[in-house]
Every structure is written in structure tokens, then in C-alpha cells.
Design a protein around this ligand. Structure first.
Ligand code: MCA
Ligand code: AMP
Length: 514
């Protein structure tokens, strides 16, 4: 049973417990790079004005609000406004192309699209096609949405919501190349935020150095919700910028990042234990961190990075301990209230401790299914509530979970997921290309990066720059193959399946050999 709900007298548990409890508080919440700051009260005033603007447009509880904007206090306030007004927040990667956005907007049936003014000409026809409204918000906080909001009152009575009401829809790509909207309820987000804040000992004295994007679980729910649940502050940077990180780290107590953040910090000689004196906690996740990075970091700063594991569908699932050994190469123990089991990928039967199998998880953190995709939901979410993660792992003798591979064809580059299938579908369509295979290979900065292997049609030599230009037009920049390689034929097993492991062995050192 969840601990939240209307019967506890909460009108809107997620709003009340994360945001509403800070109403009127004059302590800093968001510190910006230029020294300006917003107090909790400033932020909540802004959120209330936006909530009034949104409901004034006729948006009703349950409506989806698709938001593709640069990171800013205003962007974060849209999230708070949606929670307050009972709207479903749908954040989108700023790198997505118009083609990619069309799918998300159409699939979600969004009632409002908020985008940068630069994108509004492209998105207006898409909005009109489904009677959605379009407003703009630019990186500097200007745009039509804030113009409307400034004319509104800075107070808003939260719309009543229950624990099972949807709070957010986050799209995550699939192995078939089609993205799925993960439905997250108030209870999913709130249970995880409160559990993590306690486990990681966040308090109102914490200042989190926040350089992650806020369109994904890591930067939005893990980082922001944990700070909100504990009443601390964030140094809120628009993106990861090494010089800014080094300058501001002495003012922070904690940081959350993907492994690329840590390798970039370690790659700079200015990063040393003087800069981390005030820090109490470094957390990493979204992609595997090499044991070598853990060790180098500890040697340079005296701090052991705390690695945790999660997914868009499950929020956070496991974490290394706050006290006790933080084991390199492991993602720790299941969070309180969360179950993890290792099963045989072929039949779902539980495996004995120590064996490698599929990681499955159940708990208040686990999502409700994929938006309007009951078959996909049934494939991955069992009736007994266990979610099949697609990650392969084993639990060691001390109970630490180790992720040893992926049962899904997925590449994680700098913390962003890339599904090879989506790229292959684009590459296969190109002139002169008979077929393609996309593999993830090690990359010193991004951890992994996609490499495209193309088999030309007989007697044809495909024009690689033209192919790359076509990929560029259709897919977000972070998904682009860093290199295309021509090969006469793809290695296949006796069943005719492409042997990607053979390709990875052959081309695995394209970016790591000197
Ligand atoms: C930017 N580029 C990338 C990436 N980011 N290419 C591949 N992979 C990336 N992750 C492109 C840029 O558009 C640019 O293109 C070129 O690569 C080099 O840009 P650079 O300036 O080096 O990159 P950056 O802007 O500094 O970004 C790198 C980054 C960023 C800081 C690692 O990608 C980042 O903040 N990643 C965090 C992602 C994240 O939050 N993931 C959480 C997902 P050009 O050369 O054309 O200019 S949530 C999740 O996974 C679960 C729930 C979990 O467990 O957390
Ligand atoms: P996403 O679909 O963007 O939510 O990405 C979730 C995926 O990121 C998981 O299924 C894992 O494959 C991966 N992931 C997250 N945290 C870690 C970690 N600490 N170590 C290894 N992989 C991770």
C-alpha cells in the first residue's frame, strides 16, 4: 500500500509534500550562474502564475503539456505548475528534430506545446493539426507563456489529485525504434523522492550542483525532487560547462551526474581536493561507471562516488549505501520498499543468488504502463507488478547488484539512450545502402558511441556525407553515428540474425585506440 492519497487529507500529495511545504519561505532555492537567486517563495509565485495561465487557457486535469525548452527557472516552474494544476508534464529533449517531436506530440495527444520561439514556426502546423495550443518560452525566460503568466495572480489553489493520478509522461525509446510514453503517477515520483532524500541524507543545508538537463528522470526527478523533498537549494546551471563546474563546486555540498561529468572533471588538472572540500556527496548514474573512474576519483578527491541505478520506467531502483562500502562496479542494494530479483530471461523463473539473469523490479517507484500501448505494457510489466528492465545483472554474496550487460539492444552515450533500430531504419532507406547495423563501441568521453556499418548495394558506392546529412535532418544530434563504415556483408548466425558481438569485437576500438 502506498502511504499517500486523498484519504490522508492531502489535496494534492505531490504538490503539497514537494512544493507547497515551502510556500512563503524566503531561503534560496535556485542559485543561478550569474549570482542571482530565486527563493522558494519566488519560485512558487512563478509556478502559481503559470498554473493560473495554464488553467486560464482551458487546460483541464489530465491534459498533457509537452515542453521542449532550454533549462531555466521558468522551465522548472512549468513542472511545478503542472503538478499544482493536475496536468501531466511531458518534458522533451531539446535536441529532438521536428520529425521526432511530431511523433511525441501526436502520440500523447498533448493539449499544449511549449517551445522556444525559434521552433514555433515548425511546430505550429503540428499543434494545429491536433487542436493543441502553442506557447513559447525562451532560454532567457521571455516568450508568450511568461507574458501571460505575469498578468496572473501569484497564488493558485492546488487541484485535488490522488496517488494514482498521472503526474508525468516521459518518452523512452524502444528496441523496435518506436518510443513509448512511460506513465508516472504522483505516488511513483513522491515515494522515490522521499526515499532518496532520506537515504542520501539530504537536508535544508544542502546545495546541489545541478548541471544535468531537466527533461529526463535524472535531472528532473532524482535531482530536483530530492532537493525539494529536503528543502535545500540548487546551483542551477544551464548545462555542463567544465569551467563553471570548477568555479562553483566550492559553493556546493553535493552533485549528481552521468559518468561523462566525472571523466571530464578528472581530465582537468585544476580539479583537486581543494575544490571538493565543502562537498559531502557525489552521485553517479544513467550509465555504467568504470571501476577505474571510481578509483581515480577517490585518489584525487578523497570522496567515493555513490553509484545508483534506475530507469525512466522505475525511477531509482538500487543505490550504494550512504554509510558502508560503496562498491565500484556495483549499483548497490534495492531501495527501501523496492524489490529486485534476477530471473531467467527465457522463462521468468527466479535464479539462485550469484547467477546472471534479467533484472526485474517491483515497488511504489514502478510506472503504470506505456501510454496507449497495452501490448507493450503487457510485454514488460508483469501482472504481479514486476517490471522487466532489459538489463542483465547478478547479486554478489553481500547482496550488491552488479549490472553485467543489457538484454536490450541499446547504446548509452553520455547518459542519453540511443536505440540502434531507430538509426538502422534511417540508414536502410539511404540510396545505395542494402542494409545496415548500428553498434555501440567504447568512447573515451561519452562512454559508448554509435558506429554505423553499411552494406552497399552490389556495384554501388554510397555517398557517406549525403547519408550523414540525411540522418542529421531526421534524428537528434546525440544519436548520430560518429562514423560510418562500409562492409561487404554482415556476419550472421545460422538463424540469419546479425551477430553484433562479432562486429563489436572487430570495430570496438575505433575511438579508443591511439
Ligand atoms: C551532446 N552531444 C552528444 C551528447 N551530448 N553526443 C552524444 N552523446 C551525448 N550525450 C553532441 C553535441 O550536440 C555536440 O554536437 C557534440 O555532441 C559535442 O558536444 P559537447 O559540447 O561535448 O557535449 P555537451 O553539450 O557538453 O554534452 C555532453 C553531456 C550531456 C554533458 C554529457 O550529454 C549531458 O548532460 N548528458 C546527461 C544526460 C542525462 O541527463 N541523462 C539521464 C537520462 P556538435 O559537435 O554537432 O556541436 S535519465 C536515465 O538515464 C535514468 C533514469 C537514470 O538512471 O538516470
Ligand atoms: P533510461 O531508459 O533513459 O531511463 O535509461 C535507463 C538505463 O540506463 C537502464 O536500463 C540501464 O541500462 C542504464 N543505467 C542507469 N543507471 C545505470 C548504472 N548506474 N549503471 C549501468 N547502467 C545504468
Amino acid at each position: 500500500m502506498h502511504r499517500f492519497g486523498r484519504d490522508e487529507g492531502m489535496a494534492n500529495p505531490l504538490f503539497d509534500r514537494l512544493f507547497g511545504r515551502h510556500l512563503g519561505k524566503q531561503t534560496p532555492f535556485l542559485r543561478l550562474a550569474d549570482g542571482r537567486f530565486l527563493t522558494h517563495a519566488d519560485f512558487l509565485d512563478m509556478a502559481a502564475r503559470i498554473a493560473n495561465a495554464l488553467t486560464g487557457m482551458g487546460l483541464a486535469p489530465g491534459d498533457r503539456v509537452a515542453v521542449q525548452v532550454e533549462k531555466s527557472p521558468e522551465a522548472l516552474a512549468i513542472y511545478a505548475a503542472c503538478v499544482q494544476a493536475g496536468l501531466v508534464f511531458l518534458p522533451l529533449n531539446t535536441a529532438y528534430t521536428t520529425g521526432e517531436l511530431t511523433y511525441f506530440i501526436d502520440n500523447s495527444g498533448a493539449a499544449l506545446i511549449v517551445c522556444d520561439a525559434e521552433k514555433s514556426d515548425d511546430l505550429l502546423p503540428i499543434a494545429q493539426a491536433q487542436n493543441a495550443r502553442l506557447e513559447t518560452l525562451n532560454a532567457d525566460g521571455s516568450g508568450t507563456l511568461m507574458r501571460l503568466a505575469f498578468g496572473m495572480l501569484p497564488a493558485f489553489e492546488p487541484v485535488a489529485r490522488g496517488e494514482d493520478d498521472l503526474a508525468a509522461l516521459l518518452y523512452t525509446s524502444g528496441t523496435t525504434g518506436r518510443s513509448k510514453g512511460a506513465m508516472l503517477t504522483q505516488a511513483n515520483l513522491l515515494s522515490n523522492a522521499e526515499t532518496l532524500a532520506e537515504l542520501w541524507r539530504f537536508t535544508e543545508d544542502d546545495v546541489l550542483l545541478h548541471a544535468l538537463p531537466i527533461f529526463h528522470t535524472h535531472g528532473l526527478f532524482v535531482a530536483t525532487n530530492v532537493v525539494l523533498a529536503s528543502g535545500g537549494a540548487m546551483i542551477f546551471l544551464p548545462r555542463f560547462d567544465l569551467d563553471e563546474m570548477l568555479r562553483l563546486m566550492p559553493q556546493a555540498t553535493s552533485m549528481m551526474g552521468v559518468p561523462t561529468f566525472y571523466t571530464r572533471l578528472l581530465g582537468d588538472d585544476r580539479f583537486n581536493s581543494d575544490l571538493t572540500q565543502n562537498m559531502r556527496l557525489f552521485i553517479s548514474g544513467s550509465a555504467p561507471m568504470l571501476a577505474e573512474t571510481h578509483e581515480k576519483f577517490a585518489a584525487r578527491t578523497g570522496h567515493r562516488i555513490l553509484e545508483r541505478y534506475g530507469m525512466t520506467e522505475t525511477n531509482m531502483t538500487t543505490s550504494n549505501p550512504y554509510d558502508g562500502e560503496r562498491r565500484a562496479g556495483s549499483v548497490g542494494f534495492p531501495l527501501p520498499g523496492v524489490e529486485v530479483k534476477i530471473t531467467d530471461p527465457d522463462n521468468g523463473e527466479g535464479l539462485p543468488q550469484g547467477e546472471i539473469g534479467m533484472i526485474e523490479t517491483r515497488g511504489p517507484n514502478v510506472f503504470q504502463g506505456y501510454w496507449e500501448m497495452p501490448e507493450k505494457t503487457a510485454d514488460e510489466l508483469r501482472e504481479d507488478g514486476f517490471f522487466i528492465t532489459g538489463d542483465l545483472g547478478r547479486v554478489d554474496a553481500d547482496g550488491y547488484l552488479h549490472i553485467v550487460g543489457r538484454g536490450k539492444d541499446l547504446i548509452i552515450s553520455g547518459g542519453f539512450n540511443i536505440y540502434p533500430k531507430e538509426l538502422e531504419l534511417v540508414l536502410d532507406q539511404q540510396a545505395g545502402v542494402l542494409e545496415s547495423a548500428v553498434i555501440g563501441v567504447p568512447h573515451p568521453d561519452f562512454g559508448e558511441t554509435p558506429l554505423g556499418i553499411l552494406v552497399p548495394e552490389p556495384g554501388v558506392s554510397p555517398d557517406l556525407p549525403t547519408i550523414l546529412a540525411s540522418v542529421q535532418e531526421q534524428l537528434a544530434r546525440f544519436k548520430h553515428p560518429r562514423k560510418l563504415i562500409l562492409l561487404d556483408e554482415l556476419p550472421r548466425n545460422t538463424m540469419g540474425k546479425v551477430q553484433k558481438n562479432v562486429l563489436r569485437e572487430r570495430f570496438g576500438d575505433e575511438f579508443t585506440s591511439d
